[in-house]
Design a protein around this ligand. Structure first.
Ligand code: FES
Length: 99
């Protein structure tokens, strides 16, 4: 599924969002009724909101200390982020939600 701007679809598993967005990536996906787990309610504690950035990562906020600690502790790759901690401040973001 490709989700450009306001929910258009094409490419399977790829979501494209246009910034700036007022809410976190997690909240934006949920508002668009795109299923994504979020067991801890967006507190950087569970990791179930993991997303993989395909492009546009430079348009996101820097990792918070909580997110950095979480990701380092699990050995995630640079392109993996917690959707609940991500803000799209400008531009385009392409991402996948791992299965
Ligand atoms: S919802 Fe738990 S880490 Fe994001």
């Amino acid at each position: 599924m490709r989700n450009k701007a306001n929910s258009q679809s094409t490419l399977e598993n790829e979501l494209v969002l246009e910034g700036p967005l007022a809410d976190s990536i997690l909240d934006t996906l949920l508002q668009k009724e795109i299923p994504i787990d979020h067991s801890c309610g967006g507190n950087a504690a569970c990791g179930t909101c993991r997303i993989v950035i395909l492009s546009g990562g430079e348009n996101l906020n820097q990792r918070t200390t909580e997110e950095q600690d979480f990701i380092e502790g699990r050995g995630w790759r640079e392109e993996e982020r917690l959707a609940c901690q991500c803000l799209l401040n400008k531009g385009t973001l392409s991402l996948k939600i791992p299965q």
